[in-house]
Design a protein around this ligand. Sequence first.
Ligand SMILES: CC(C)(COP(=O)(O)OP(=O)(O)OC[C@H]1O[C@@H](n2cnc3c(N)ncnc32)[C@H](O)[C@@H]1OP(=O)(O)O)[C@@H](O)C(=O)NCCC(=O)NCCS
Length: 140
Amino acid sequence: MQLDVKKDCAGVHWKTVSETLKRVGMAFYEPDVHRTAFEASHTTIFIYNAGQLIGFGRAISDGVYQAAVYDCAVIPEFQGKGVGKILMNNLLSELSHCNVILYASPGKEGFYQTHGFQKMKTGMALFRNSESMRERGFTE
Ligand SMILES: CC(C)(COP(=O)(O)OP(=O)(O)OC[C@H]1O[C@@H](n2cnc3c(N)ncnc32)[C@H](O)[C@@H]1OP(=O)(O)O)[C@@H](O)C(=O)NCCC(=O)NCCS
């Protein structure tokens, strides 16, 4: 692999972001919606292999003590090769003074545990699509 880590949104092919999220079973929107979300985020990470966007993630944050991670994904062909680890290490290094929260896709909790995340006992969410999120195993 010839990995290149970029931390800004310049030149990102947002259709690839949307299609990747769809492929890995995560919430996806029109490409411009993702562009708006990533550009409004505190930290963005994009990982390229020989020029191909293969992974990305973002965090919203006050930049001081609280942050939340969203939209972390690695394309299926490159999963299990350490790309997700590089992605999370880069995200977390930009948030080193912050508490960081996230909600994992069901079955992906172990990935975040390898980065020191622990399950929360009192996490609460007000999801706009609450029934779908319950059916998909995110809420009780
Ligand atoms: C979750 C995801 C980002 C992980 O990326 P990846 O490149 O496959 O992960 P890596 O190969 O870097 O693995 C890093 C470590 O996490 C572990 N790991 C990866 N997926 C795991 C899982 N589902 N459960 C437990 N551990 C896992 C690996 O064994 C590895 O451990 P090690 O450092 O001790 O060797 C990726 O699989 C993905 O995009 N999945 C689909 C989308 C998704 O579910 N995203 C998360 C939304 S919350």
